[in-house]
Design a protein around this ligand. Structure first.
Ligand code: COA
Length: 259
């Protein structure tokens, strides 16, 4: 199983566990995440969710690029919509979720972290949206959640450039909430503060604050429409095929700048 869901008292941990693919999220992972979300939402004894991965260079390399290849455009659009809906449902949980980012969160990996309520980062964590190199856009809510967190111009710059933002910068711009040295212990201490509080109060606070900037749905719909146009483009098809066949994906100068 590439995504492991474990319960410890009031906390559910969702752990990415696909090291041979840098924890890339295939459709099975999204299915497991979606079922876990539904179970957590209906279980009032769950008070917090942690999204973790074993410490490694890459926390999550994003959506599984193999799932984008060799399918017709309608199926590609359907899969993208599914990923978007799964993360949207996850983001609406009635309990807070914390992504504990312990390496590079790329593309869909960064979008998963954005869908969590909070992001804790270790010093080697980073965030980037490499979708532009695939001729695409972050299609699982990234174009909507990122500007809400860090502002429009910064979000434009990150998504247009594919640049990696390191942990220190992520904290400085509000993309991450706290730098941690001992992720497991500090994540536990972070969530312990509300675990004893009334369930209804926590859920109400989340719902009210989420409504502060209006519904995300029109923006998510627009993201889907824009992605629909891109998946059928020649550029996207060529770049996805190039990644999978390990040809040069982009200007090497820009790649160097990112690492
Ligand atoms: N989807 C599917 N497979 C992926 C993947 C992804 N997003 N990211 C990495 N992998 C796979 C590679 O294909 C490779 O598989 P293989 O060993 O069967 O060939 C394996 O994970 C290791 O990746 P590799 O590229 O060899 O490791 P690296 O250390 O040289 O580079 C990354 C690591 C993360 C920089 C690089 O894998 C990468 O750029 N991944 C794509 C990131 C991306 O564009 N994400 C957005 C997706 S929409």
């Amino acid at each position: 199983m590439a995504l492991i869901v474990e319960r410890s008292e009031a906390i559910v941990e969702i752990r990415l566990d696909r090291p041979d693919k840098h924890n890339a999220l295939d459709l099975e992972c999204f299915g497991i995440l979606d079922r876990a979300t539904a179970e957590i939402a209906s279980d009032r004894t769950v008070r917090a969710v942690l999204v973790t991965a074993s410490p490694a260079k890459v926390f999550c390399a994003g959506a599984d690029i193999a799932d984008l290849h060799g399918i017709d455009d309608a199926e590609a659009v359907r899969r993208a919509a599914y990923r978007r809906q799964v993360l949207q449902r996850f983001s609406q949980l009635p309990v807070p979720s914390v992504a504990v980012v312990t390496g590079a969160a790329l593309g869909g990996g960064a979008e998963l972290a954005l869908a969590a309520t909070f992001r804790l980062v270790t010093a080697n964590a980073s965030f980037a949206f490499p979708e532009i190199d695939l001729g695409m856009l972050p299609g699982a809510g990234g174009t909507q959640r990122l500007p809400r967190l860090i502002g429009e111009a910064r979000a434009m710059e990150m998504i247009l450039s594919g640049r990696r933002v390191d942990a220190r910068e992520a904290i400085a711009i509000g993309l991450a909430d706290r730098l941690v040295e001992a992720p497991a212990a500090e994540a536990r201490a972070f969530v312990d503060r509300w675990i004893g509080q009334p369930y209804e109060a926590v859920a109400a606070i989340l719902a009210a604050i989420r409504a502060a900037h209006g519904s995300l749905q029109p923006g998510l719909d627009r993201e889907g429409i824009e992605l629909t146009g891109l998946v059928s483009s020649e550029a996207a098809k060529q770049r996805v095929a190039a990644f999978l066949s390990r040809k040069t994906r982009s200007d090497p100068g820009r790649d160097q700048e990112r690492s």
